[in-house]
Design a protein around this ligand. Structure first.
Ligand code: SF4
Ligand code: SF4
Length: 476
C-alpha cells in the first residue's frame, strides 16, 4: 500500500526572537526618530494655542461634543471632512513616494508598531540584558531574581502602554483638565475605557506580537512589490563581494593562496541584530522592514576586520547588477515613478492649501416649510415660511443683514430679530450656528408663478462677507 503523503502544517509556530543591540548610523537615526515621534505624540496635547475668549486653547483637539477639529490655526467643521480625506490621500502618495525611493523605510523608522516595539525592546534590554542574557534568562528555571526581572519588565511595559492610551484620550478634551479628572476619578467612563483598550493593544502588539504584526497583520508588505522598481533602494546583501562566506582566519588563508574568499565572515551578527529574525543574505524578503540594523551590525564587523563597510547596504537591484559587472553605482532618485508621485503630492497639497486659503467663514442654508406651502392672508398677500440656518465660523459674535431677492416688493420678517421691511438683522454667536424662522410676504395683487425661485443672502455688516441660499416661493 502506498504511503500517505506527509501533511505540511498550515501555520508555523512563532520562533521567539532575541535581537542583539547594535550601534551605528541607522540605529542613531532610529533613536532620533523615536524620541521625536514619541515626544510629539505624548506632548502635543499640552501645547496651547490662543483662538479667542470662548474657544478652546488646545493646539490640536478633536472636539467630538461640538463637532470641531482644531489644528493650530485651522478649525474644521463636520461638513469639511473632505480636508481629512485630502490629508489621507496626501499621506498615501507620500508613502508611495517613500516606497519608490527606499522601500519600506516607513516601516523601519516611523511606523508606530516599529517605534513602540523599539521602545519596549529598549526597556527589555535595560532590565534583562542583551541577547545572550535574555536567551539564558528565558531558558532558566523560575527563581526569585527571574520573577523580579520579568515583573519589572512587564510593569514598565504596562506603564508605557497606559501612557500611550492616556495620551490618546488627551486629544479629545482639554488635556490639563482631563489629566486632573483622570487622577481624581472624575473623568468620563469612556476615557477610562479607551485608555484600557489602548493599554491592552500597545502591551500586546509591542510586547508580544512585535514582528508578527509586520509579517502577518500588515497589508503593506504585500502591496509594496507593486510600488518599487529596480532603482528603489532596499537593504541588500552585496553578492558581488565574493564567495565563499567563511571565517576571517580561513578567508585570509585562502586569499594568501590566491584563491577567492568573500568579505562575509559568516558571523551571523546581521541575523542576530534583525528584529524580524531573517537572514538578509538570502535576498530581499517580505519580513524585512528596512530598518538597517543588519547593515549597522555588519559595518561594525567590517570595520573590525579592516574591510570596506557596506557589505549590507541600501542599494538598488540595478546597482547590484552594476557591481557584478564591475561598474560604478548609479542612484536614480528622479525617475518617472518618483516624479509622478511628487507631482500628485504637489497637486493635492496645493489644492488643499488653496481650499484652506479660500475657505468661507460664513454659511447659510434654507428649508421651506413643508406644510402649509403658502398662506393667503386676508389682505390678499401671500406668505411663505422658512427655517434659515446661519453659520459663523469666526471666533467672534457677528451681525448679519438678511435679505431676500427674486420676488419684487417682497417683505421679510425674521422672528425675534429686528429689521425693517427689506431686511432683518441677525446676530450669530462666535463659532456656532443660529437657526431663525423667516416669513416672506408677496404683496397683494403681485403676479406670481406657482413657484418663484428666491435667494436669501446674508452680509456681515462689519466685514462684508456674504453667503447665500436658494429656495422657492410658493403661490396659489
Ligand atoms: S533584514 Fe536588516 S533591514 Fe531587514 S528587518 Fe532585518 S535588520 Fe532590518
Ligand atoms: S554581519 Fe556581515 S559578515 Fe557577518 S554574517 Fe552578516 S553579512 Fe556576513
Amino acid at each position: 500500500m502506498a504511503e500517505a503523503p506527509a501533511i505540511e502544517p498550515l501555520y508555523e509556530a512563532r520562533k521567539r526572537i532575541h535581537p542583539q543591540s547594535v550601534t551605528g548610523t541607522f540605529r542613531r537615526i532610529k533613536w532620533a526618530l523615536l524620541v521625536l515621534t514619541l515626544g510629539i505624540y505624548y506632548l502635543l496635547p499640552f501645547v496651547r494655542w490662543t483662538r479667542g475668549p470662548h474657544e478652546p486653547s488646545q493646539a490640536v483637539l478633536i472636539d467630538l461634543a461640538n463637532g470641531r477639529f482644531y489644528f493650530f490655526f485651522i478649525e474644521l467643521w463636520p461638513q469639511e471632512v473632505y480636508y481629512v480625506m485630502g490629508l489621507l490621500i496626501l499621506a498615501a502618495f507620500t508613502l508611495f513616494l517613500m516606497n519608490a525611493v527606499a522601500g519600506r523605510i516607513w516601516c523601519g523608522y516611523l511606523c508606530p508598531q516599529t517605534v513602540w516595539t523599539d521602545l519596549f525592546m529598549a526597556v527589555e534590554r535595560v532590565i534583562e540584558g542583551d541577547r545572550r542574557e535574555r536567551i539564558r534568562l528565558d531558558a532558566a528555571p523560575w527563581s526569585p531574581s527571574k520573577v523580579a526581572q520579568k515583573l519589572s519588565k512587564h510593569t514598565l511595559w504596562l506603564v508605557i502602554a497606559w501612557g500611550t492610551g492616556g495620551a490618546w484620550v488627551l486629544y479629545f478634551a482639554d488635556a490639563p483638565t482631563l489629566v486632573k479628572d483622570l487622577a481624581t476619578g472624575r473623568a468620563p467612563f469612556v476615557a477610562y475605557l479607551w485608555i484600557g483598550i489602548l493599554t491592552f493593544t500597545t502591551y500586546v502588539l509591542a510586547g508580544f506580537m512585535r514582528e508578527q504584526v509586520c509579517t502577518y497583520m500588515c497589508p503593506w508588505p504585500r502591496i509594496q512589490g507593486a510600488l518599487t522598481d529596480r532603482h528603489s533602494l532596499n537593504i541588500t546583501y552585496r553578492f558581488d563581494r565574493g564567495e565563499p562566506r567563511i571565517s576571517a582566519k580561513k578567508s585570509a588563508a585562502l586569499r594568501a593562496k590566491g584563491e577567492p574568499a568573500g568579505d562575509c565572515v559568516d558571523c551571523f551578527q546581521c541575523v542576530t541584530a534583525c528584529p524580524a529574525g531573517i537572514d538578509i543574505r538570502n535576498g530581499l524578503q517580505m519580513e524585512c522592514i528596512q530598518c538597517g540594523l543588519c547593515a549597522d551590525a555588519c559595518d561594525a564587523v567590517m570595520v573590525k576586520l579592516g574591510r570596506p563597510t557596506g557589505l549590507i547596504a541600501y542599494e538598488s537591484e540595478d546597482n547590484l547588477e552594476r557591481f557584478q559587472r564591475g561598474e560604478a553605482p548609479v542612484y536614480r532618485l528622479v525617475r518617472p515613478r518618483t516624479v509622478l508621485y511628487g507631482i500628485l503630492i504637489a497637486i493635492v497639497g496645493i489644492a488643499m492649501l488653496t481650499a484652506l486659503a479660500l475657505r468661507s467663514f460664513t454659511g447659510l442654508a434654507a428649508i421651506h416649510d413643508r406644510n402649509p406651502l403658502f398662506v393667503t392672508l386676508a389682505d390678499g398677500s401671500v406668505r411663505n415660511g422658512y427655517t434659515l440656518r446661519l453659520l459663523n465660523k469666526r471666533p467672534v459674535e457677528r451681525s448679519f443683514a438678511l435679505t431676500v431677492e427674486g420676488l419684487p416688493g417682497a417683505r421679510l420678517e425674521a422672528i425675534g430679530a429686528p429689521g425693517d421691511h427689506g431686511k432683518a438683522m441677525v446676530s450669530v454667536g462666535s463659532d456656532t450656528t443660529h437657526e431663525v424662522r423667516v416669513l416672506v410676504f408677496a404683496p397683494a395683487g403681485a403676479k406670481l408663478e406657482k413657484s418663484v425661485p428666491v435667494t436669501f443672502r446674508i452680509v456681515d455688516v462689519a466685514s462684508g462677507e456674504v453667503a447665500s441660499a436658494h429656495d422657492h416661493f410658493k403661490a396659489p
